[in-house]
Design a protein around this ligand. Sequence first.
Ligand code: DOR
Length: 404
Amino acid sequence: MTDKIQAKVMTGSLGTSFSETIGAALSSPGFAVFNSPHYVIFPGFCDVHVHFREPGFSYKETMKTGSKASARGGYTAVCTMPNLNPVPDTLEHLRCQLARIEADACIQVIPYGAITMGEQGQTLADLEAMAPYVAGFSDDGRGVQSEDLMRQAMLRAKALGKPIVAHCEDNSLLRGGYIHDGAYAKAHGHRGICSESEWGPIARDLKLVKETGVSYHVCHISTKESVALIRQAKAEGLDVTCETGPHYLVMDDSDLQEDGRFKMNPPLRSPEDREALVQGLLDGTIDMIATDHAPHSAEEKAKGLEKSAFGVVGIETAFPILYTCLVKPGILPLERLVELLCVNPRKRFGIGLGQDFCVWDLEAESVVDPGAFLSLGKATPFAGWKTFGRCVATVRDGRLVYSA
Ligand code: DOR
């Protein structure tokens, strides 16, 4: 079977079982068209950090548009963050989101449960009741400020066999900042967010991980100190993983413009931070790349750096940006990118692959055009960038969910 595959199949460490899945799929009449020597086939990507805004904020993104946008980016599985209305902090509230997923998602969507009620950081959410349905627990969008509450959450999550997925942000250090507290902020008179607001809570949590033994995953790391702390924790044998986003790997605060599409939390940091993140990718400190796809309305993003909402979309541009900026120049091997976008997140969060794959034309050149996004969110710092790589088709569980 596999000797009949003309397309190049990138299996990463999945090996021959994935080639056999692809061989079987491509021999069926519907998919034979993708068996071309021009195409490269990857296992379906998995993004463990997205914001699809239902329930509560359908004007920013719906389950339908978010999952379709994901399929266009080559993703067949995503984990959704809980800053919703209602916040999934009880089983009843979580069910509102599960119903939307069941009705409208064209790919696998697994929610996170909140760590605290209403993501308010005061009392623990009903972790026990939500555990069977969630990828883990997170208060993403906000850090858990209380050390004692985080300890309790870790003990409960450990007992339930679920990871704590931490948005690390110390509110006492924010001081009204909205971009990195670095060269651009100083030169243009903006209020900055210091690096310690991220690495301080990571350092605190790593002590708690040592104490509790919980599986701990750090969201969107952006600073060189965060990379160093996680490298050290791994060397000590702690059960710790982390992600960063495409924008932190290929941009820094020298790329900032006076435009809300450059605003996200954490912010684009310094060139040295970016270099440390790339180093962390190469040496295995950073386990996976997650987009933090965070759609907002055009109005919410039209208020410049100071007043726009935090968050940029990313699920439709992740692979072309990473392929163009890191793989093509020889910084990151393509095999490693497959591990970062698919194999490692699935392994860490126990998300099976099944008959999921995406087909890419890596020679196709295009310019990032937010007007062509399937996401309702259009704000991206990559608008106008020239990229290589076009997703030709995405197959979820043997069903075509996207074709160009
Ligand atoms: O930029 C961000 N946007 N960072 C967050 O932590 C939350 C997210 C959102 O929900 O828009």
